[in-house]
Ligand binder design. Structure first.
Ligand code: ZN
Ligand code: ZN
Length: 163
């Protein structure tokens, strides 16, 4: 049983890193629902075959999850799922706050972003709806604000004034 062809390393389809090392180290088989330690994607064979399907294990389809993960990496190249939250939905702007669920329409305490899945899916659109700027511009403004005021915090300082 030791050396069947099936024991080759598995790579996560989202982050392309070695998949579920911890679980596999303990001699367990890869099972549905195991979480990737790097990006948090839960192993789901249905999604692996059909990256557009939302089969339920993950809140997003494989394609959307990958896009979300890469936007996190752009925001923070050191992003590691393990070091961030283990549940909830990370703020797409600052990555420092977790909303309880996707599209909760709660306001991020760190950057003031209102959680809106549509704006996240189409980051160049929807300025003036839930948020005054589209996601991409909101991220730019947030970064510029941090450059000038490294300890900026929405709950404390409110919306950034024009820079
Ligand atoms: Zn991964
Ligand atoms: Zn935020």
């Amino acid at each position: 049983m030791k050396s069947s062809g099936k024991s080759k390393p598995l790579f996560c389809p989202v982050c392309r890193r070695l998949f579920f090392t911890g679980n596999l180290l303990h001699g367990k088989k890869l099972k549905e629902g195991y979480e990737c330690v790097s990006c948090g994607w839960k192993y789901d064979p249905v999604q692996q075959k059909d990256p557009d399907s939302c089969s339920g294990l993950n809140q997003l389809s494989l394609n959307d999850y990958t896009a979300m993960y890469h936007s996190k990496l752009r925001e923070n190249p050191q992003f590691c799922f393990r070091n961030s939250v283990t549940s909830g939905h990370l703020c797409p702007v600052c990555g420092r706050h977790a909303f309880e669920r996707i599209s909760s329409h709660d306001i991020c305490t760190q950057c003031g972003w209102e959680d809106d899945q549509l704006m996240e899916k189409e980051p160049d659109k929807w300025a003036g709806t839930s948020n005054d700027l589209c996601l991409n511009d909101y991220i730019k403004r947030y970064r510029n604000t941090l450059k000038k005021h490294p300890d900026y915090n929405f709950a404390k300082d409110g919306m950034p004034k024009d820079l």
